[in-house]
Design a protein around this ligand. Sequence first.
Ligand code: NAP
Length: 262
Amino acid sequence: MSGFLTGKRALITGIASPRSIAAGIAEALAAQGAELAFTYVGDKLQGRVEAVAEQHGSSIVLPCDVASDADIDGLMDKLAGHWDGFDILIHSIGFAPRELLKGGYLESVTREGFHIAHDISAYSFAALGKAARPMMAKRDDAAMLTLTYLGADKALPSYNVMGPAKASLEANVRYMAAELGREQIRVNGISAGPIKTLAAAGISGFRDMQAATANAAPLGRNVTALEVGNTAAFLCSPLASGVTGEIVFVDAGYNIMGMPPG
Ligand code: NAP
């Protein structure tokens, strides 16, 4: 398949199910001709990720729990056995203990939960970026991309500790972009509107959030994982060669509204 990502190699993290945003990204990147490799967490998910990989003609499916430095190093070592370098890193990983994603922020937050949310959802992007850097340097135009949410900028019900974690993730985008630009590695984020995935199901009242977003968004609906994927494909392609350090909203325009329609 030829497209604007022909000749590019992409490592995609964060597929937990066919509904995962990362699955939409894989579809969009493959449609534009990229060659793909995938990661999974835990033996239970291996088969599921292998099925998605197979759909896109890939047999590179490697384990990586981002809570483990050994796993991250092992991932890059194993990937080096398949590829001498790669062009695109997709970080589509987020987690906070479920009990922190309901009630008020101060009511639910704990030191341990705050630490886990920031470690898995924000630090992991820096950790993967640091480990991937040697394999992504000296390519023509390489790109790292993460997934964030409006809760980084605005207080939203039940999103709680994930708000500060996503704010940290977005700051990571800027610091990583500043450091990696001279190596021709661009770093961006997509702030996606609410999409029904396994991670989203852990947020109390998620269905109401989706309904409220569709009601208030200029486009009058929610977005799909493939719409996020198509924007990811653009941002990671030479078509976006002048874009780095940005957070691009793919949310049917919801973030621009100051007040929900009456
Ligand atoms: P998802 O399908 O549940 O994907 C989340 C992924 O993170 C899963 O593959 C999960 O693997 C992985 N993950 C969690 N802990 C991990 C760890 N320690 N090591 C490696 N991977 C780990 O949900 P999603 O909605 O597509 O989420 C992808 C990203 O998009 C997240 O950063 C999320 O915050 C962001 N986002 C989602 C929405 C939305 O409404 N869905 C909106 C904006 C942004 P396991 O399931 O195996 O733990």
